[in-house]
Each structure stands twice: as C-alpha cells, then as structure tokens.
Design a protein around this ligand. Structure first.
Ligand code: C2E
Ligand code: MG
Ligand code: MG
Ligand code: MG
Length: 289
C-alpha cells in the first residue's frame, strides 16, 4: 500500500490501485465533511397504535443529503461511519435533531415519542447515557418519550460493556427496543436477562404474513411472548391493508410500514398527520373473518 497526496490530502492506495478503496476513502472524507457541515438529515416514519388507530410516535432514520449523489440511505454510509469511528458524532447528531423536532411537535399539542437507532459502537460508549440525559434536559423531552432501538448483534458485541451502557440509559427512564427481532442470535437468553421494553419484529416475517402460515405462526407466537414478558411488540414492514388487518385481529399493539407511511422529512410530518384518516377498523379497514 502507498500513500499519495490526492485531492483530499493523503490517500492510501491498494497495490493494484483498486478504485473501490479510492472511492471508499473519498466517501469517508466526504462523510467527515458532511458531519461538519450539517449535510446529515433525519427522516421520520410514523408508528401506529392498532387498537386506537392513533399515530403514537415516529422512528428517526438518518439520511445523507450528498451534494453530488443526492439523498443517500444509511446502508450506503453507516458501515463506513462505524469503521471510521464516526458513530458517536452521528448518533449525537441524530439524537439532537430528533429531540428538537419532537420538542416542537409536542409543543404543538401532539403526544408523540421518537425512536432512535443505535449502533454497536454506541452501545460500547460509556459516555452515551450522560449525553442522552443532557439532550433530554436541553429539549425538555420526558425520557419515556425516547425509545432507543438496538439490534441483537449490538448486544452480542461486548455483553458486559453494552449492559453497563444499557443500564445507564434505562436509569434515565429511556425505553429500549430490540430491532429486527428474530434475525440475530440467542434471542431467548438475553430476553431473560436484559431490561428491554419492546420487541420490534423483523419485517422478513411480516412481508409474507398473509400468504405463509409459518410466518404467521411466528408473528403470533412472538406477540404472545412479548405479552407474557410484559413488553410491547412493534411490527415493521407493513406494506398492505390485509397485513394490517391481520395484525389488528391478532391483537398486535403497534405497526410501521410503507402502507401507513414512508419515512418523510420533518417539515412534511405535521401535514401528513393532519391528513390522516382514522386508521381504526371503523375507518373502513375490514377485519379478516
Ligand atoms: P431499521 O431500524 O430496521 O429501519 C427500518 C428500515 O426499513 C428503514 O430503512 C425503513 O425506511 C425501511 N422500511 C420501513 N417500512 C418499510 C416497509 O414497509 N417495507 C420495506 N421494504 N422497508 C420499510 P432505512 O431508512 O434505509 O434504514 C436502514 C437501517 O439503517 C435501519 O433499519 C437502521 O438499522 C439503520 N439506521 C437508520 N438510521 C440510523 C441511525 O440514525 N443510526 C443508526 N445507528 N442506524 C440507523
Ligand atoms: Mg429501527
Ligand atoms: Mg428494523
Ligand atoms: Mg434493519
């Protein structure tokens, strides 16, 4: 490998000069700039309470408004941010933006919560609980209105350290959710041990719900498990009315998905909210017999 002076200072080139690694370094440099110049944006996807049809909160999903490439989705840049040690800055940016927007929506009379995703390195960061506490104070948002979503692999990375961070977050009164539930390892053992409030069932089980009896059985039994453990269950990836109706009939608590709404910029959210029909069964959604 050789270091050469390039457009963005020194760049490292693989022996074969692979464009992939050059692109990667360039993207990395641009990501640093993005964090410095506020190119990261947060979009919000509504979460529905099925029993009442009310919108009870949103999930914050980071976007990169890239000057040349347009709006980039997290799959494109999160792995890079994680490897480059930029996840703390990214998480704080998303938390700050989400709590600021939530504060404004609550001030406008909407009783909402916000869910923010955390990564492996965030859960290894013992400074995180203190910083989250300061942001909650700064925006005057009740801790219970913040939900932090973590995936199962986050819990596996360094169990002792992540447990410490998790405990610190819980002590603030923040709620914890297991994202993409059912796709990682060892789900049952940590469910016994960890202080978690919510299971968010992975959308792979949900997309085939109405056509696949086995997927349906997994959804129903996970719902029962969450009830027995005193947790709430959120189903993500609801893409059609039939799936929503089936979930409602089974007594599922909360749902998210393109059928309800796609993630949207903050400035669109209140307009969207005002235009909502009643999502209740009487609002025209037929229950399956
Ligand atoms: P996730 O937390 O599981 O978020 C759900 C993803 O599924 C989002 O993709 C969302 O746009 C998409 N989605 C929602 N409803 C539907 C649906 O009905 N059908 C389908 N096919 N997809 C649906 P997105 O925004 O591209 O985010 C991808 C992942 O990136 C997230 O998965 C999360 O793991 C991660 N992520 C997003 N924002 C952040 C962040 O601020 N910090 C961290 N650490 N991770 C984030
Ligand atoms: Mg999530
Ligand atoms: Mg998920
Ligand atoms: Mg995911």
């Amino acid at each position: 490998y050789v270091a050469k002076r390039g457009r963005h200072g020194f760049e490292v080139w693989a022996p074969d000069g692979t464009p992939a690694s050059r692109d990667r370094l360039e993207t990395l440099e641009q990501l640093r700039t993005a964090l410095d110049t506020d190119q990261l944006d947060v979009h919000y996807q509504p979460k529905l309470e099925l029993r009442t049809g009310a919108v009870i909160g949103v999930e914050a999903l980071v976007r990169w408004d890239h000057p040349q490439r347009g709006l980039l989705s997290p799959d494109v840049f999160l792995p890079l941010a994680e490897q480059a040690g930029l996840m703390r800055r990214l998480a704080l940016r998303v938390l700050e933006r989400s709590l600021r927007d939530l504060c404004a929506w609550r001030a406008a009379g909407h009783d909402l919560s916000v869910a923010v995703n955390l990564s492996v390195s965030n859960l290894q960061d013992v400074a995180l609980p203190g910083q989250v506490g300061m942001l909650l104070d700064a925006f005057g948002v009740p801790a219970a209105c913040l939900i932090l979503e973590i995936t199962e692999d986050v819990l596996m990375a360094d169990a002792a350290r992540s447990q410490q961070v998790l405990t610190g977050l819980r002590r603030l009164g923040v709620r914890m959710s297991i994202d993409d539930y059912g796709t990682g390892y060892s789900s049952l053992s940590y469910l016994r041990a960890l202080p978690v409030d919510e299971l968010k069932l992975d959308r792979s089980f949900v997309s085939h719900l109405t056509r696949d009896e086995r997927a349906a059985a997994i959804v129903r039994s996970t719902l029962q498990l969450s009830l027995d453990l005193g947790m709430r269950m959120v189903v993500e990836g609801v893409e059609d009315a039939a799936t929503l109706a089936a979930l409602r009939a089974w007594g599922c608590d909360y749902a998210q998905g393109y059928h309800i709404a796609r993630p949207m910029p903050a400035r669109q959210f209140l307009t969207w909210l005002a235009e909502q029909p009643a999502w209740t069964p009487r609002g025209g959604m037929a229950l399956p017999s």
